[in-house]
Ligand binder design. Structure first.
Ligand code: SAM
Length: 257
C-alpha cells in the first residue's frame, strides 16, 4: 500500500518543452493535470543563457565527437524549476538527471519517487550534460533502460506517467494501479478480455462470464501467477508464495501439460 503525498509538482528542465508538455494533453496524465494532482511545468535552459543565439551546448574539453550541455544555463534552469515547484508545494525538491548511467527505473523506484511532492527532472541532450552539474546539483540519476536515447525528455515522460499513476484519484478505478503488473505482490497482471465474447473462434474464458466473483478472483490470481512463472520467474522467487498461491500455480502448470 502506497503512503505519500496526494499531489506532485514536477518541473522538467528541457530544451524541448513542447515534447514534454504533450503528457498534460492526453489520457491519465492529462486528467491528473486537469485535476491539479499533477502540476507540470517546463523550464528551458535556453531562457538562462547569455548567448545571443540562445545556445546551451559547446564542444567537449579534450576533443571528440558531439557537444555537451553547458553548466550555467542548466544551473539557472534548475534553480528556476526549484523555485516554481517550491511556490506550489513548499517541499524540498528531489533533482533527478535522466541518464543511461543512472539507477534503473522499476516499480519499487516508481513507488519511492511517488513519495516526493517536488520533483525536478533534468533532460539532457547531445553527449550529455557537463559533469559538474551532476556533481553540484543532482540528487539522483535515473535510467529507463540499457539503451541510449537522443534526449532525456522521453525518459522524463516515462517517470511522470509512472509516478502520476500512483497518485490517489488519478486512475478511474481506485484499485487499478494495485492490480497492474509488478504492483500485485510482485506478479504480472492477468489477461484481460472485453466484448465481443467470441473473436475469430476464440471465446472468452467461461469463468469470466459466470458472475461468480470468487471464482473470477481465483482465476485471475492463477493466471497472474502462471504468467509470471512463464515470463518472469525471478519475480516469484523474490516475492515468496503463500500456500494457496503455490496450489494455484501448480494447478495452472498441470493444466499446461
Ligand atoms: C545521447 S544521450 C547521451 C548519452 C551519453 N553520452 C552516455 O553514453 O551516457 C543524451 C541524453 O539522453 C538522455 N538519455 C539517453 N538514454 C537514456 C536512458 N536510457 N535513460 C534516461 N535518459 C537517457 C540523457 O539525459 C542524456 O543526457
Amino acid at each position: 500500500m502506497r503512503s505519500g503525498p496526494d499531489s506532485v509538482a514536477i518541473a522538467v528542465v528541457t530544451i524541448f518543452p513542447q515534447l514534454v508538455n504533450a503528457v498534460s494533453e492526453v489520457g491519465v496524465t492529462g486528467r491528473a493535470v486537469d485535476n491539479s494532482v499533477l502540476k507540470l511545468s517546463c523550464v528551458n535552459p535556453r531562457d538562462h543563457t547569455s548567448d545571443p543565439n540562445r545556445r546551451v551546448d559547446d564542444r567537449p574539453y579534450g576533443g571528440g565527437p558531439g557537444m555537451v550541455m553547458q553548466a550555467p544555463p542548466l544551473a539557472g534552469a534548475i534553480a528556476e524549476a526549484e523555485k516554481v515547484n517550491g511556490q506550489v508545494t513548499g517541499a524540498a525538491p528531489l533533482v533527478i538527471y535522466l541518464s543511461p548511467q543512472g539507477e534503473k527505473l522499476d516499480h519499487s523506484l516508481v513507488l519511492e519517487l511517488s513519495g516526493y511532492s517536488n520533483l525536478v527532472l533534468v533532460a539532457g541532450r547531445y553527449e550529455g550534460v557537463d559533469e559538474r552539474v551532476i556533481e553540484a546539483l543532482v540528487d539522483r540519476e535515473v535510467s529507463i533502460g540499457d539503451y541510449v536515447l537522443s534526449g532525456g525528455e522521453l525518459a522524463a515522460m516515462v517517470v511522470i506517467d509512472a509516478v502520476a499513476r500512483q497518485l490517489p484519484g488519478v486512475l478511474g478505478h481506485g484499485d487499478s494501479a494495485a492490480q497492474d503488473s509488478f504492483a500485485g505482490q510482485g506478479v504480472l497482471d492477468c489477461p484481460h478480455y472485453t466484448r465481443p465474447e467470441t473473436y475469430q473462434d476464440m471465446s472468452v474464458p467461461e469463468v469470466l462470464t459466470s458472475g461468480d466473483h470468487q471464482a473470477i478472483a481465483r482465476w485471475r490470481r492463477q493466471q497472474a501467477l502462471g504468467r509470471t512463472w512463464q515470463r518472469r520467474r525471478e519475480l516469484l522467487e523474490e516475492g515468496g508464495l503463500s500456500k494457496e498461491d503455490k496450489r494455484l500455480l501448480q494447478q495452472y502448470l498441470d493444466a499446461q501439460n
